[in-house]
Write a protein that binds this ligand. Structure first.
Ligand code: B16
Ligand code: MG
Length: 215
């Protein structure tokens, strides 16, 4: 079957907000006196805010009730939103703009499939609001990656069958979600270690439309 659409994850694929998530979570971890390093942070990639908090708290998650967790999660998000205020189009990762233009030139439709509820503000800061034909994000889904919901929603918005979609992801949970959706999965960055991906590259620099369309 021929590919008609490419669905991009946002954090870690279009922009390195993963570093800002890490900085914000690290402050919360310090407050509750839990060690939290970059390796711990990897497990939060693609995972929703509340699930991320549970992973951070680990076996101490049971010691906090729902209201206390809400307070921690909203404090993390407030700090993260502060950090997002510094984002600009200069933060779009290398290769992204060239690849988007190349896909357009091939008549391919493009969408965002992100777990993040902050997707609208991030796209706005990057000047990319009009760059995508559809945006499926954490505000519109019930179940976050590895559930396929966000990618299925993006494909539905585009009016493209899942088998004609390629997902570009940096999270292991995101590759799982793409495969569960019945889509092709192209891994970048951290996700290159996922054995199930159909293709992979360390960064999107030098990745061409043809690399995604011929998987
Ligand atoms: P928010 P993606 C994900 O975005 C991030 O990878 C993940 O670390 C984060 O916890 C999640 O969004 C929720 O983000 O707190 O902004 O709603 O990689 O799916 O674009
Ligand atoms: Mg990501």
């Amino acid at each position: 079957v021929s590919i008609e659409a490419v669905i991009f994850d946002l954090d870690g694929v279009i922009v390195s907000t993963d570093e800002l998530h890490f900085a914000a979570w690290k402050e919360i971890a310090a407050e509750v006196d839990i060690p939290f390093d970059r390796t711990d942070n990897e497990r939060l990639r693609g995972v929703s805010r509340m699930e991320s908090l549970d992973l951070l708290l680990g076996d101490r998650a049971g010691a906090y009730d729902g209201a206390q967790k809400e307070v921690l999660a909203s404090r993390k998000n407030a700090r993260y939103r502060e950090l997002l205020g510094r984002l600009s189009p200069a933060d779009i990762l290398p290769g992204v703009m060239v690849l988007l233009a190349d896909l357009r030139a091939h008549g391919i439709r493009v969408a965002i499939g992100s777990s993040s509820r902050n997707t609208p503000v991030i796209l706005e800061r990057l000047g990319l609001r009009a760059a995508f034909d559809a945006v499926a994000d954490g505000n519109r889904i019930q179940r976050s990656k590895p559930d396929p919901e966000v990618f299925t929603l993006a494909a539905h918005d585009l009016g493209v069958e899942p088998v004609r979609c390629v997902v570009v992801e940096d999270a292991l949970a995101g590759i799982d979600a793409a495969l569960a959706a019945g889509m092709k999965a192209f891994a970048v960055g951290y996700a290159v270690r996922h054995a199930g991906a159909h293709g992979r590259a360390t960064t999107l620099e030098r990745v061409q439309a043809s690399d995604l369309l011929d998987l």
